[in-house]
Design a protein around this ligand. Sequence first.
Ligand SMILES: Nc1nc2c([nH]c(=O)n2[C@H]2C[C@H](O)[C@@H](COP(=O)(O)OP(=O)(O)OP(=O)(O)O)O2)c(=O)[nH]1
Length: 136
Amino acid sequence: MKTIEVVAAAIVANGLVLCTQRGLSKHAYISHKFEFPGGKVEPGEKGSEALMRELKEELDLSIDITEAHYLMTVDHQYPDFRVIMHAYIIKEDEISIKLNEHIDHIWANDEIINTLDWASADVPIVDLLVNEGLIL
Ligand SMILES: Nc1nc2c([nH]c(=O)n2[C@H]2C[C@H](O)[C@@H](COP(=O)(O)OP(=O)(O)OP(=O)(O)O)O2)c(=O)[nH]1
């Protein structure tokens, strides 16, 4: 079965984390789910480089990301593919975004974040953010 390598960013600003909502997908189980902005790593890219490219594409956000921002990796099996997702955490209070690909977004505190309908690969990341008090 296909394996994809993905990077995603927990962007924390003023005690809230950016949660973005996917549009319609050919896979019902990720359609309209919340996720962290990011995307697939291309051949030859470091995770941090892929993430900077994706944040520029998706959010028009230029932000400096290094491997020092790495948080955790999730290895999740969906019905049609396996995703290996490297999550990074970026704390930056002055954030301005433009949604180029997502259908909606929410800046969530550690209570609201648990009420969102997350892509299932993201649940361990949400749990870590909440349990470690990282959304501050
Ligand atoms: N970006 C992102 N993708 C996620 C998350 N959780 C999760 O299961 N995924 C899955 C959904 C997609 O199948 C895959 C990422 O693909 P994508 O479509 O966002 O990436 P991309 O922009 O590079 O892809 P493409 O449209 O060019 O094919 O990983 C998440 O938090 N962020």
